[in-house]
Design a protein around this ligand. Structure first.
Ligand SMILES: CNc1ncnc2c1ncn2[C@@H]1O[C@H](COP(=O)(O)O)[C@@H](O)[C@H]1O
Length: 347
């Protein structure tokens, strides 16, 4: 799908190129694990627990300012090459350079590298930042992250658009972080929450009751959850990450995805995303292609999916939103023109 696209669920460090990860680990003299050596294994083995074994390794590799800068630049370039024109990257602040770079500096570094990349490239890609909480790291760390987010947001930083609750879903509870998320929401920030990655209906119901602006994944849900959502305010947009979902749920293919077909057929507000483009060896156009192939969608319907996601961006600036909508619309018009020409040629 070469039309201009928006990407709304993408973890910065999870987007690291495999080649860069190997390179950084080699420089640190850290042995390269088997799953990173064989490209076939790279694609086939990423269960949820394996993912959460890979992230510490990525964090070890990306433990210096220069490595982080490199990952930011390469990630933006990769999305740009895939014709993504609006990208909400998310990341969890952490310390770098053996502790001499603090969490706030980590975020500043990401932001300044994004800005510099945009200025150097003169690109039409609009990158934005969502600041994450890693639920496995406790409330104190989460508070630090949310304080950074609020401070940047209050300063009017144009790149910082929202916050996220993510991390290993088998660790921690949503309830622990609810108060903090309430606070950032009151401060005016948008909130997205990973929900239902593992079977925990009680937690999914708590998250739905909180009514975040968007939900990530939303896989292990039952009819009661949908009914509750309907009763208590209606659809909450869902960030679907097809390949990631197939792998972490251990499905045989996307045809087994628990909610994808229903969401697309019902015209539910969804966005299709990569999650961790490096870890899952993917890109957005591939994700859209896989969705189209599985559900038998034509280019016209897939364009509709891309168009629908434009509505779900966290960007607060009206003009920027209009620019994204215009660029996506132009791309869709190109597809419609092409389909029309094909039809005319065929008659
Ligand atoms: C597979 N689905 C997922 N579910 C939940 N959290 C995930 C995730 N994929 C990534 N992360 C979160 O993002 C971090 C890596 O990027 P950053 O260091 O923040 O840039 C992981 O450590 C995890 O906390």
């Amino acid at each position: 799908m070469d039309i201009p696209k928006v990407e709304l669920h993408s973890h910065l460090n999870g987007s690291i190129r495999n080649s860069t990860l190997k390179d950084l680990l080699t420089n640190l003299s850290v042995p390269i694990p088997r799953t990173l050596q064989n490209p076939e294994l790279e694609e086939s083995t990423r269960t949820l627990s394996e993912c959460f074994e890979i992230f510490p390794l990525i964090h070890l590799a990306v433990s210096t300012s220069s490595a982080l800068r490199r990952v930011v630049r390469e990630t933006l370039s990769d999305f740009e090459s895939d014709n993504v024109i609006y990208l909400e990257l998310r990341t969890t602040p952490r310390t770098l350079d053996s502790g001499s770079v603090g969490k706030r500096e980590y975020v500043d570094l990401v932001l300044s590298e994004m800005k510099k990349w945009v200025e150097d490239k003169g690109t039409r890609l609009i990158p934005r930042l969502i600041i994450s909480i890693d639920r496995s790291r406790g409330v104190e760390e989460a508070r630090e992250n949310m304080d950074i987010a609020k401070e940047l947001f209050k300063m009017g930083h144009d790149y910082v658009v929202g916050v996220d609750l993510g991390g290993n879903p088998t660790k921690g509870t949503f309830k622990e972080f609810k108060g903090l998320l309430e606070e950032v929401r009151t401060a005016g920030m948008k909130v997205t929450v990973h929900a239902g990655e593992v079977d925990n209906l009680e937690e999914v119901n708590d998250i739905v009751a909180f009514r975040p602006d968007r939900l990530g994944h939303f896989l292990c849900v039952d009819d009661g959850v949908w009914e509750k959502m309907e009763r208590e305010g209606g659809d909450i947009p869902i960030e679907v990450c097809p390949t990631s979902n197939v792998m972490t749920l251990g499905l045989e293919g996307l045809g087994q995805h628990p909610i994808l077909e229903r969401l697309v057929k019902e015209g539910y507000p969804v966005s299709i995303n990569t999650d961790d483009a490096g870890v899952f060896n993917t890109k957005q156009s591939l994700e859209l292609y896989r969705v189209a192939e599985t559900l038998g969608l034509n280019e016209y319907t897939v364009s509709g999916l891309v168009w629908g996601a434009v509505d779900l961006v966290f960007e607060g600036n009206r003009r920027t939103r209009a620019r994204v909508a215009r660029d996506v619309m132009k791309g869709i018009k190109g597809i419609l023109d092409k389909l029309e020409r094909q039809e005319q040629g065929g008659t």
